[in-house]
Design a protein around this ligand. Sequence first.
Ligand SMILES: [Zn+2]
Length: 261
Amino acid sequence: MGREVAKKEPPLPGAEEGNARVLARLLDRAFAAAWSSRGRVCYVAAFMLPKSVAIYRYADATMPTVHGPLRAIVYRHKDDARQAGPGASPSIVPAQDEHLAIVTGELSGAEDVLCRVHSECWTGETLGSLKCDCRQQLDAALAAITAAGRGVVIYLRQEGRGIGLGNKLRAYALQNVGVDTVEANEALGFAPDLRSYDLAAAMLADLGVRSVALLTNNPDKLRELAAAGIQVTKRVPHWVSENQHNQDYLAVKREKLGHAR
Ligand SMILES: [Zn+2]
């Protein structure tokens, strides 16, 4: 019954080319979950599918950078009540509700686009904290896309793997007395990683990117991005140098969060 319902539905967003396989797998899982948890399936066509995130371009400008000229596109959620389309009066939203695509070259319709999906790290990128490698990773990604002549860094405002700046600094306080990065998040009552990549998928779709070569050391990220509807053709290792302060943090990322060496 459930499968018949799904067949009658119009094509799902992103259900094309390689994404169709991902969607089919997710649908299978959704049906299995619905059967096992409820004993029957009524209407589950959209259950557990990647969330479609409605976004729009709020600003788009090119600026000179140490890496060369880069185009920065700011996206906002469409449910921002103050949004009234292009040319509308400027409005202010909280910083965490604005996300960036930092672009070089022509991306529309492109395959294998060099891409990093990067989460904001105020402590590392602004303050120069040596507790992590985020600033070096961001710099290396921007350098890589400009060297390639085409690419994109999706910059998501999800500080501290999604727990926010204040909670991240609370976690640092715990780390200062000896617990590791994963244990600290758990001690505060958070999962080790609360990041979501639905926004990244929506931004890449808006840019017309058909598939990406992903700059990352995190194999989980490939799976998460695929589940969010992004076609990843390959992983491009993205190691930057360690220092005496972030060695332990990077070791925990490898041992507890499955990052590749
Ligand atoms: Zn960081």
